[in-house]
Design a protein around this ligand. Structure first.
Ligand code: SF4
Length: 64
């Protein structure tokens, strides 16, 4: 599974990093989120899916 964060949409709400702290990191400059690794480890899939649904800006997309 691959994950992508749309930097145009992300508003730095931090929800994704709270839900899946191993999979998303926040920029110290603008607070925007980016994946720690585009390829999601198997044990992180559920949290990443939850982050996708929780992002208020719909900025996170996944591809199986
Ligand atoms: S929850 Fe969405 S808007 Fe908030 S930091 Fe994560 S990707 Fe960005």
């Amino acid at each position: 599974m691959k994950v992508h964060v749309d930097q145009e949409r992300c508003q730095g709400h931090t929800l994704c990093a709270m839900i899946a702290p191993k999979s998303f990191e926040l920029s110290e400059i603008d607070g925007h989120s980016s994946p720690v690794d585009e390829s999601v480890p198997d044990d992180q899939r559920e949290q990443v899916r939850e982050a996708v649904h929780s992002c208020p800006e719909r900025a996170i997309s996944i591809a199986e």
